[in-house]
Design a protein around this ligand. Structure first.
Ligand code: GLU
Length: 294
């Protein structure tokens, strides 16, 4: 069997908090237990919000927690060509379409539909499903708008993609599924609608970059928070369309704040750096998140 490869893949758009510490420690210890490799990947395609300073802070926190990882660290902002290549495959297959609708237009469209008494469907993150307007445009109109220099994103035609794959998708879940189950999980990608594959201002999206990188880096085990379990359905679709290998998945429990809410990057009181400055030790952090070293 190939050597297992684990990764911790933070976005460098904020400081690491206790939830990230749990995820990083878990990946690292699973890699050690299984005689595997541990990689850190910086997910910084959003070059306006991700900064070298935040990245340096993340790596400092991980080091302080006692982790070590292989270098060089893969920084997504340095690999846009890889994502563009994958996007081109999807364009050639006719499974993505240019999407011109602005946020304001989307809001107005949905408000109008809802005013007529239609409850607009939402994706698993609670975001309204993207309306079918751009998907229904003619080729001629698309070309005209592109020639006119109108900004556009690329969206996956989810219906066409699912039909193209032609089979129900699954993934193997190690440990805790959404309801704590282990085993095979059925993917429900249609619940997301037409997700963004490349953004208007960035030639990639989270979904595209994550599957391309997991494949390029030979990741065998994706260990990440349960908040991303539904996104795995989209990742499974992209893996099938791009003929990429499928890693095993483990979506771990989330570290919650005192009121039971998911921690956020803006909540500074649970950032690793502020806890360290307040005198906490790495062991205190592990105690706080209920992480036990094997
Ligand atoms: N970069 C993502 C985040 O910080 C995690 C991606 C992943 O683990 O697949 O939420």
């Amino acid at each position: 069997m190939n050597q297992p490869v684990f990764r911790f893949a933070p976005s460098s758009n904020g400081a690491l908090h206790l939830g990230h510490a749990y995820s990083a420690l878990l990946n690292h210890s699973m890699a050690q237990e299984e005689g595997g490799r541990f990689l850190v990947r910086i997910e910084d395609i959003d070059t306006t919000r991700c900064t070298p300073m935040l990245e340096a802070g993340i790596l400092r926190d991980l080091e302080w927690l006692g982790l070590d990882w292989e270098t060089p660290v893969r920084r997504q902002s340095e690999h846009f060509a890889d994502y563009t290549e994958a996007l081109e495959t999807l364009v050639e297959a006719g499974l993505v379409y240019p999407s011109f609708f602005t946020r304001g237009e989307v809001r107005a469209y949905i408000a109008e539909a809802e005013a007529e008494g239609e409850a607009w469907p939402k994706d698993p993150d609670g975001v309204p499903i993207f309306p079918p307007v751009d998907q229904e445009r003619s080729e001629a109109e698309r070309r005209q708008r592109m020639e006119d220099g109108e900004p556009y994103a690329w969206r996956l035609d989810m219906e066409a993609a699912c039909r193209h794959i032609g089979e129900t998708l699954f993934w193997e879940e190690d440990g805790e599924g959404p309801e704590g189950e282990t085993g095979i999980v059925t993917a429900n990608p249609r619940a997301w609608g037409d997700v963004v594959i490349a953004r208007k201002e960035i030639p990639a999206s989270y979904h595209l970059a994550v599957v391309v990188d997991d494949a390029l880096q030979g990741i065998t085990h994706v260990v990440r928070g349960r908040d991303l379990i539904y996104a795995t359905a989209v990742h499974r679709v992209l893996q099938e369309l791009l003929k990429l290998p499928v890693p095993r998945y483990h979506h771990h429990r989330l570290v919650l704040d005192e009121s039971g809410r998911k921690l956020s990057k803006s909540a500074n009181d649970t950032s690793i750096a502020s806890l360290r400055e307040a005198g906490a030790s790495p062991h205190d952090i592990m105690r706080m998140i209920g992480f036990e070293l094997p």
